[in-house]
Design a protein around this ligand. Structure first.
Ligand SMILES: Cc1cc2nc3c(=O)[nH]c(=O)nc-3n(C[C@H](O)[C@H](O)[C@H](O)COP(=O)(O)OP(=O)(O)OC[C@H]3O[C@@H](n4cnc5c(N)ncnc54)[C@H](O)[C@@H]3O)c2cc1C
Ligand SMILES: NC(=O)c1ccc[n+]([C@@H]2O[C@H](COP(=O)([O-])OP(=O)(O)OC[C@H]3O[C@@H](n4cnc5c(N)ncnc54)[C@H](O)[C@@H]3O)[C@@H](O)[C@H]2O)c1
Length: 467
């Protein structure tokens, strides 16, 4: 029986265990915190739960336009209830993951795992688990999966204190909403929290080191989001790198590298994550971490050491729960001799949970504009969609990209309130190399936002006829 030890019980680790155990492997997961990992307990699940409350609050904003009068005060935010719901849901989901693993016969050890091989280059490996009750256990393994995830990056001059200077894992301990939140870092995490707090009624200043929010996402989508921020009274400090954050009598003062300062009641640090790879004994097996401490892996999750795989945020491949889970599963299929398809990042659908949401899949507009990928493109504003008009949605769009000669769909972007759901038909097309004609001939419901996707297909097809 293949002995598999998995270090870390997040999506990379637990999804791997769920694949390996039914294949007859002897699987042990060592997790120092809770099953489901940081994803379930502190990052993805809590933030999306919080965003659901923010969305409920902001639904009142447009009610008047649809003829429903509300008193703003009736939409007051009960912060302890919102935060209690966030934490409760995370714990419940963690318990679900634990139960699933137990049902599959996976052994779970609560403790911190580390390699303890006597020397690099051995055929089998050993992992020591320092358990929560103070004990230690050495686990011999034929296969080890490193799935230790990542931790919020800390700027030396802005160390979170859990009161006024916060990282995103600490905000659910606040008992009241911030008066004026300064969000530092405008990547996906920063954008999501800036949007959620704006929607829930807090004044937000977003500090971006670049000229816009979401520097790695679609520029048209980022422009829509900036419009919404501005309309709601939130602000952005652009080309602004924070050098330090100080507490003041009433709140915080953020010092920017160019000499500017921003004052607010609280600062939320969203300046990225660092992989949890520094203290897991990589030197004992001869793995040299790459840039930023990430573990280099190939497309079937192999590290440079035989029998040792790595998956998820600790590899830095694409820091998404869906990718972590797939990397973990692929590692196990490969290790257990199953046929396996190497991971294809071009088909990964991702979503930024702002208001509106921004969903993407496949080739980006930037790759097309730079000439790197030849493509024909169409962008349909939602304002032209009948369902959007009925719902009072003015912002957002659908973009579709296809190969010039064949019409094969290679990517798309959806900016809409439920973009995370609407991206699926485009993702399905990209994954299965369907053409714009396939989309064009698919029935969509009338009236529906997804009608814009089939419409985009038709418009690109018409273009085909004219070529
Ligand atoms: C605010 C935020 C929101 C996000 N939202 C989304 C989203 O909406 N959708 C999405 O797809 N992705 C989202 N992500 C990304 C997603 O959370 C990560 O990609 C995902 O958590 C990676 O899973 P993982 O298994 O690699 O690591 P993790 O979830 O971090 O789990 C790793 C686990 O390993 C444990 N561990 C570490 N070292 C050891 C050790 N030595 N011994 C034992 N255990 C150890 C840790 O305690 C942790 O529980 C979000 C990230 C952030 C920061
Ligand atoms: N919805 C989702 O799927 C979701 C949500 C959150 C995070 N994630 C994933 O997690 C990963 C990390 O995202 P992230 O946003 O946490 O980190 P990030 O590294 O992508 O972004 C951090 C941003 O902070 C900026 N920054 C760094 N130091 C700064 C300073 N001193 N002052 C001002 N700005 C500074 C960086 O330039 C960068 O733009 C991404 O891969 C993302 O896709 C996904």
């Amino acid at each position: 029986m293949t002995r598999i030890v998995i270090m870390g019980g997040g999506p990379a680790g637990y999804e791997a265990a769920l694949v390996a155990a039914p294949h007859g492997a002897d699987v042990t997961v060592v997790e120092r915190d809770g099953l489901g990992g940081a994803c379930v307990l502190y990052d993805c699940v809590p933030s999306k739960t919080y965003i659901a409350s923010a969305g409920a609050r902001s639904a009142f904003r447009n009610a008047g336009e649809l003829g429903i009068r509300t008193e703003n005060s009736e939409a007051a935010v009960d912060v302890p209830v919102v935060h209690g719901r966030v934490k409760g849901l995370a714990l419940a989901q963690s318990a679900d993951v634990r139960a699933k693993l137990q049902r599959e016969g996976v052994r779970i050890i609560t403790g911190t795992a580390r390699f303890c091989d006597d020397a690099p280059g051995l055929a089998q490996h050993r992992v020591v688990a320092h358990t929560s009750d103070g004990g230690t256990e050495v686990l011999p393994a034929d296969v080890v999966l490193i799935a230790t995830g990542a931790t919020p990056r800390v700027l030396p001059g802005a160390v979170p204190d859990g009161e006024r200077i916060l990282d995103w894992r600490q905000i659910y301990d606040l008992t009241e909403l911030p008066e004026h939140l300064i969000v530092i870092g405008s990547g996906v995490t920063g954008a999501e929290f800036a949007s959620a707090y704006t929607e829930i009624g807090v004044k937000v200043t977003l500090v971006s080191s670049r000229d816009r929010v979401l520097p790695h996402e679609d520029a048209d989508a980022a422009a829509v989001l900036e419009d919404v921020f501005t309309e709601r009274g939130s602000e952005m400090a652009k080309h602004a790198r924070a050098s330090r954050v100080e507490r003041t009598e009433k709140g915080v003062k953020v010092y920017l590298e160019d000499g500017r300062t921003v004052e607010g009641s609280h600062a939320l640090m969203t300046v990225g994550s660092v992989p949890n790879t520094a203290d897991i004994g990589l030197d004992r097996i001869g793995i040299e971490p790459g840039k930023g401490g990430f573990i280099p892996v190939d497309r079937v999750s192999r590290t440079s050491v035989s029998g040792v795989y790595a998956a998820g945020d600790c590899t830095g491949v694409l820091m998404l729960a869906s990718v972590a889970a797939m990397q973990g599963r692929i590692a196990m299929w490969h290790a257990l001799g199953e046929g396996v398809q190497p991971i294809r990042l071009k088909t990964v659908a991702a979503n930024v949970f702002t208001n509106p949401e921004i969903a993407t899949v496949g080739i980006s507009q930037q790759a097309i504009d730079s000439g790197e990928v030849p493509a024909r493109t169409i962008m349909l504003p939602l304002a032209t969609n009948p369902r959007a008009k009925m719902e009072g949605l003015r912002r957002g769009f659908v973009k579709l990209f296809c190969r010039p000669a064949t019409g094969v769909v290679i990517g798309g972007v959806v900016v809409a309130p439920s973009a995370s759901e609407l991206i699926l038909p485009i993702a399905l097309a990209v994954q299965n190399q369907l053409t714009v004609e396939h989309l064009a001939h698919t029935f969509s419901v009338y009236p529906s936002l997804s009608g814009s996707i089939t419409d985009a297909g038709r418009q690109l097809m018409r273009h085909d006829d004219l070529d």
